[in-house]
Design a protein around this ligand. Structure first.
Ligand code: PMT
Length: 435
C-alpha cells in the first residue's frame, strides 16, 4: 500500500520517525511529506533513510511532474503525525500553501491525523471546532493521549504512541482490526452526532461545618474525559461537575455541584430526554446528619468526636429503577477488591442492584483509579457478560466506554423498540437500597 506520512512542525515530530518505521516494516511504500517546520525538529536524511524514499517539502520542486498531485493521487492512505493546531486549522479550511496541504487536497485517500499540542491549544474552541469539521468530513482523529507534555505540564495533547497511530490508521483501510481494549490508538468518528449525553464527574463533598467536609479523592479526570470524548464524537453533552480538580471541558454545558443532593438534583433535571447518562462521579453514600453553622471546636478533655451520618440517595439506582427504556444508563463500580474475578463479580452485582444498563468496573486504591491519568476498566453489559476490557489513558478508556454505548444505541434503534425508545429517564422519589 502507498502511504503518505505528513509531518508537521511540533516537538512530537521526532516520534513520527517511529510511525514511518512501523509502516515500512509492515511492508508499505511510505512517502514522507514534512512541512518546513517539521524539518526543524527532525532531519530529512533520517526520514529518507527510514522511509527508503526521497523526501520532498518544496511545492516548487519537481513542478514538471506536478509532484503535489502525483503524491496525493498515488496515496492509498495519508497519515499526519503529529498534526499541530496550526496544521489542523489549515486542513479544516482547506489551505494549500505547502506541499503537504496540496497533497491532501489532491488526494481521495482516507486521512488520519494524530494531534499533538499543549492542553490549552487542544481545548481551545477554535481547535475543537476544526476537529469537529474534520470529523464531520470523515477524517479519523487518533488521540491525543493524556500525559506529560513538552514542558513540566501534563494533560490531554500528547501525541499517541506510533504503534497506536499505525494500528488505528491501518484499521481505517481494513488492514488490521480496529484497535480496541488496549486503550491505545483511539480513532474517533462522529458516531454520537444528534445524541444528548449527561455525564457526572468528580467527587461530592458533604459539609460538616463551614470549613470542613467529608469527601473523596476523585479528580474528575475520568468523567471529564468521557464528556470530552462524547463531545468530540458529536454528542451534545451536559457535564454535572462535582468539585473538579481539573479544568472544565470546552463545548459542554457544565452544571457545578458540590454535595450528593445537589448532584442528584442536577442529574435528575439533565437526564430528562437524554440518550445516555454516565455516572462517573464518586458520590458520598452518607452525609453528616447535621451541619454545624459554626466551626466545630475541640472541647477540653474530649477523647474524640463521633459523627452521625445519614444515607444519601443513590442517584444511579433511582434512575435505574424508574422506567428508562430510551436512556442508556452507565454506572461505575469503584472497588478495592484485589482479585480480578471477584472484582468483576462485584461489578455485576452492582449493575443488577442499581438497574444500570452497563457498569464500568474499575479498581480503586491508594495508587489506582483515582486522580491518575490512566485507568483499567471492565465493562459489564445488560446480561452480566463482560463486553470489553479497557486499559490506557482515561481518554482512551472513555472512548472504549463510548464504543460500547454506541453499539447499545445502535442495537436499540435497529430492534425498533419504539415507542418506548427515546423516552426520558424518569426518577422516583423513593430511595432504593442498592449496595
Ligand atoms: O475522577 P478520577 O480521579 O478520574 O477517578 C475516577 C473514578 C475512580 C472516580 C471513576 O472511575 C469511578 O469509579 N467513579 C465511580 C465512583 C463511585 O462512586 O463508585 P461506587 O462503586 O461507590 O458507586 C457505584 C455507582 O453508583 C457510580 O456510578 C456512582 O456514581 C453511583 N452512585 C454512588 C453512590 C450514590 N449515592 N449515588 C450514585 O449514583
Amino acid at each position: 500500500m502507498n502511504v503518505v506520512v505528513g509531518i508537521t512542525g511540533g516537538i512530537a515530530a521526532y516520534k513520527a520517525v517511529g510511525v514511518v518505521r512501523a509502516l515500512v516494516l509492515a511492508g508499505h511504500d511510505v512517502h514522507v511529506v514534512p512541512t518546513e517546520g517539521a524539518l526543524r525538529f527532525v532531519g530529512r536524511p533520517t526520514l529518507e533513510a527510514i522511509s527508503r524514499n526521497p523526501v520532498h517539502t518544496d511545492l516548487y520542486e519537481g513542478v514538471s511532474e506536478v509532484r503535489h498531485v502525483a503524491i496525493g493521487q498515488a496515496a492509498d492512505l495519508i497519515v499526519i503525525a503529529p498534526a499541530t493546531a496550526n496544521s489542523i486549522a489549515k486542513l479544516a479550511t482547506g489551505l494549500a500553501d505547502d506541499l503537504l496541504g496540496n497533497t491532501v487536497l489532491a488526494s481521495e485517500a482516507p486521512l488520519v491525523i494524530a494531534p499533538a499540542m499543549h492542553t490549552e491549544m487542544w481545548r481551545h474552541p477554535a481547535t475543537q471546532a476544526n476537529i469537529d469539521t474534520l470529523l464531520a468530513r470523515g477524517v479519523t482523529v487518533v488521540g491525543p493521549a493524556v500525559g506529560q507534555l513538552t514542558g513540566a505540564d501534563s494533560g490531554p495533547g500528547r501525541m499517541e504512541e506510533p504503534e497506536a497511530i499505525v494500528r488505528a490508521a491501518l484499521a481505517v483501510v481494513g488492514e488490521t482490526d480496529a484497535p480496541s481494549g488496549t486503550g491505545a490508538g483511539v480513532a474517533r468518528s462522529h458516531d454520537l452526532a444528534g445524541r444528548r449525553i449527561v455525564v457526572s464527574a468528580g467527587g461530592t463533598r458533604e459539609p460538616l461545618d463551614p470549613v470542613r467536609f467529608l469527601g473523596n479523592r476523585s479528580s474528575g479526570k475520568q468523567g471529564v474525559a468521557i464528556a470530552e470524548a462524547a463531545r468530540a464524537r458529536g454528542a451534545s453533552v451536559t457535564l454535572v461537575a462535582a468539585n473538579l480538580e481539573i479544568a472544565e471541558p470546552t463545548g459542554c454545558a457544565v452544571r457545578q455541584v458540590s454535595t450528593a443532593l445537589e448532584l442528584r438534583d442536577a442529574i435528575r433535571e439533565a437526564a430528562v430526554g437524554a440518550d445516555v447518562v454516565v455516572m462517573a462521579a464518586a458520590v458520598a453514600d452518607y452525609r453528616p446528619a447535621a451541619v454545624s453553622e459554626a466551626k466545630l471546636k475541640k472541647t477540653p478533655g474530649d477523647a474524640g468526636l463521633t459523627l452521625e451520618l445519614v444515607r444519601n440517595p443513590d442517584i444511579l439506582a433511582e434512575l435505574g429503577h424508574a422506567p428508562h427504556d430510551g436512556t442508556v444508563l452507565v454506572g461505575f463500580a469503584a472497588e478495592t477488591e484485589p482479585d480480578d474475578v471477584r472484582l468483576v463479580e462485584l461489578g455485576r452485582e452492582k449493575r443488577a442492584a442499581k438497574g444500570a444498563d452497563l457498569i464500568v468496573v474499575n479498581r480503586v486504591g491508594w495508587h489506582e483509579g483515582f486522580a491518575g491519568d490512566d485507568n483499567r476498566a471492565t465493562v459489564v453489559g445488560e446480561d452480566g457478560a463482560v463486553v470489553t476490557e479497557l486499559h490506557g489513558t482515561k481518554v482512551s478508556v472513555a472512548h472504549g466506554i463510548l464504543d460500547v454505548v454506541v453499539s447499545v444505541l445502535t442495537d436499540r434503534s435497529s430492534t425498533e423498540r419504539e415507542p418506548t425508545a427515546g423516552r426520558p429517564a424518569r426518577t422516583t422519589d423513593e430511595e432504593s437500597d442498592p449496595r
